[in-house]
Design a protein around this ligand. Structure first.
Ligand code: SPV
Ligand code: MG
Length: 430
């Protein structure tokens, strides 16, 4: 009996998949190399259905004899192990991002005289179109919530951009570019206390209360499907924090990040130029523990943010706190710094590697913005948050327009130079 290898994502099974399997089963025993979530998200999006579930579905399809994991987009490792007589794939991969993969498959098969069989691609049905149609319908709170954990698990680094209202939420949701056939987009949304407060003309001191912050979250939730990380400031009183965790879970928010400060909170980027008090390890650990005990789902994440470097308490304090917060049940650690060179972040990361039960690490490179995502990834950072950039870019544009109208006693110059057309603005939201 000949062996047939078929690589597939099988996120949404359609007749195209069934046709490939049927063609494969005419040739011999069919082994499906099911792409893992990591492999799929390395070149497109995170699959809607997680690997474990996709595996059960594919194992039960007619014509499939065995399903194994394909851990990379590259078929070579699996092909070298199995040495199949045939690989079957639709002929659509001759162009685009998969072209290289195809060439590699042909080269590898040649070593033992294997053959690539390419049935005609089934026109008129594509998983991407089906998924886009599903996405248009929206997402349930539970599914949205668990996406963040899945992303952290599947992607080398998760990219989060700030939003402070529905429109900026839409920008994070929809903005994408294509480089070398690969679609690049943000993975999720940071609901920033700084930008939410600033957009309301208020200081970032917990003055904008949680009722107001939650209503911003609702605005964003209504027009997006990507996971949301809530900037929870200090988390407030432990008694209140427990309720907030439940509220966020109900909404489908994926995580809250709370910072280990107490009392009159000021924005971290002021550093120690304003009075700010760090919480005790014991008290903050209690907040984490009580939050974790009160949550209803297994998916929601409580991420502990360490302010030791901001408040000049030293590296060993920061590391000590990271270990204590993880022991208290924190699902992740955010280390913050306002230094421009990023050196203390590099040092923290080196020390953090040695920590027991390492939890995902989050950074906010607002001041050390020259670090590339690859550099952060090399430091084993799991999540990067671009925390304030949509607001910081919009504000100077608005000031310019206001000044131009004053200077010219009319709007024409501002309208011509700085504004999108009336037609574009009225059709911006479909
Ligand atoms: C925020 O975006 O509100 C943050 C990050 O908490 S920072 O402004 O750097 O403190
Ligand atoms: Mg904040």
């Amino acid at each position: 009996m000949k062996t047939v290898y078929i690589g597939m994502s099988a996120d949404l099974i359609h007749q195209g998949h069934l046709n490939i399997i049927k063609e494969g089963s005419k040739l011999g025993t069919v082994i499906i190399g099911l792409l893992t979530d990591e492999a799929i998200s390395s070149y497109k999006r995170l699959p809607l259905i997680a690997f474990k579930e996709r595996k059960i579905i594919v194992e039960n399809l007619k014509g499939v004899d065995k399903v194994i994991a394909q851990n990379t987009l590259d078929y070579t490792p699996n092909l070298n192990t199995i040495k199949p007589d045939f690989v079957v794939h639709g002929d659509d991969w001759k162009k685009g991002i998969q072209k290289q993969v195809r060439n590699q498959v042909i080269k590898t098969l040649k070593q033992w005289g294997g053959k690539l069989i390419e049935p005609k691609y089934t026109q008129g049905v594509s998983s991407t179109d089906l998924i886009n149609a599903i996405k248009k319908k929206g997402i349930t709170p539970g599914n949205r919530m668990k996406t963040l954990r899945r992303l952290i698990h599947s992607k080398p680094i998760v990219k989060i951009l700030e939003a402070h209202n529905g429109l900026t939420g839409l920008i994070v949701e929809k903005t994408n570019i294509k480089i070398d056939g690969q679609k690049l987009e943000f993975d999720g949304i940071w609901e920033s206390s700084l930008t939410d407060s600033t957009a309301k003309g208020k200081p970032d001191t917990e003055l904008v209360d949680f009722s107001s912050r939650f209503s911003t979250v609702e605005e964003i939730l209504e027009v997006t499907t990507k996971p949301i990380i809530m900037d929870g400031d200090t988390g407030g009183k432990i008694e209140h924090f427990k309720f907030r965790v439940k509220t966020l879970e109900r909404l489908g928010v994926s995580a809250i990040i709370i910072e280990d400060k107490i009392g009159n909170k000021k924005n971290s980027l002021f550093g120690d130029s304003v009075p700010q008090t760090q919480d005790t390890i014991d008290h903050f650990c209690r907040k984490i523990k009580e939050g974790k005990t009160s949550q209803v789902t297994e998916d929601f994440m409580i991420i502990a943010r360490i302010e030791s470097l901001i408040l000049k308490k030293g590296m060993s304090d920061a590391i000590n706190r990271a270990q204590s917060y993880i022991n208290a049940g924190a699902d992740g650690i955010m280390i913050h710094s306002k230094e421009k060179d990023g050196e203390e972040i590099v040092e923290f990361c080196k020390n953090y590697k040695k920590i027991k039960n390492r939890a995902p690490l989050v950074v906010v490179p607002s001041t050390y913005s020259h670090f590339t995502e690859q550099e952060l990834q090399d430091l084993e950072i799991n999540v990067v948050i671009y925390a304030n950039h949509l607001l910081r870019s919009a504000y100077p544009a608005m000031i310019k327009v206001a000044e131009s109208i004053l200077k010219n006693n009319r709007a024409k110059e501002a309208s011509d130079k700085y504004c999108m057309s009336i037609k574009d603005i009225i059709t911006l939201i479909p």
